[in-house]
Design a protein around this ligand. Structure first.
Ligand SMILES: O=C(CO)[C@H](O)[C@H](O)COP(=O)(O)O
Ligand SMILES: [Fe+2]
Length: 220
């Protein structure tokens, strides 16, 4: 069942020179989770940061860390991100030879497991693993960069995945990531998403605007 909308600001759009402070600002502004984008320059054409920086800012908030791994091979690094304080770890099925094994590994370490679907990845890929998942992530841009435009085809995928999730009867978050703003957020919610990642739109206008931006994307 679709839950009330929650917002996970992506710290990819933060001022990295004051990352801890930025996360505290997001916490105070009403962020529900903190979305942490990890990019390796190999699986995606951009590099962000790794487990050491994730760990260094973990203590500044109690909000869950929603870690989106865009790295390949991914299995080698799961434990490091658990130790860094991840609450949810989301992987891409293309990032390793056996994504069912990766999901089992994440769960065996006591962390929630998510699966991310790129714009070109068919939704049927979730069929044999959906019962094991805590979160499904629909990428509404090709992964690698913040500030891209929302790909409208993501809305049909969200609707179809909403039906699949509801058929299981399980509590699985349906997250959307990429190009979420005041115009696209209501469309993603109407399609069935209950967790919205927003980088550029959360940080728009500077710290004084974070709270209003988050509320606006929630439709409040
Ligand atoms: O995973 C991502 C990119 O690969 C980011 O989470 C996403 O792009 C957020 O940035 P924005 O809201 O600016 O689109
Ligand atoms: Fe992301």
């Amino acid at each position: 069942m679709q839950k009330p909308t929650r917002i996970a600001p992506s710290i990819l759009a933060a001022d990295f020179s004051q990352l801890g402070k930025e996360i505290q600002r997001l916490d105070q502004a009403g962020a529900d989770l903190i979305h942490v984008d990890i990019m390796d320059g190999h699986f995606v054409p951009n590099i962000s940061f790794g487990p050491a920086i994730t760990k260094s800012v973990r203590s500044v908030t109690k909000k869950p860390f929603d870690v989106h791994l865009m790295i390949s091979p991914v299995d080698l690094y799961i434990e490091a991100f658990v130790e860094a304080g991840a609450d949810i770890i989301t992987i891409h099925p293309e990032a390793g030879p056996h994504f069912h094994r990766t999901i089992q590994l994440i769960k065996s370490l006591g962390v929630k497991a998510g699966l991310a679907l790129n714009p070109g990845t068919p939704i049927e890929i979730v069929d044999h693993v959906i019962e094991d998942l805590d979160l499904l992530l629909v990428m509404s841009v090709n992964p690698g960069f913040g500030g891209q435009s929302f790909i409208p085809g993501a809305l049909d995928k969200i609707s179809a995945l909403r039906q699949k999730i509801d058929t299981t009867g399980k509590d699985i978050d349906l997250e959307v990531d990429g190009g979420i703003n005041f115009e696209t957020a209501p469309k993603a919610i109407a399609a069935g998403a209950d967790l919205l990642v927003a980088g550029t739109a959360t940080f728009k206008g500077g710290p004084d605007h974070y709270a209003a931006n988050i509320l606006k994307m929630k439709g409040q």
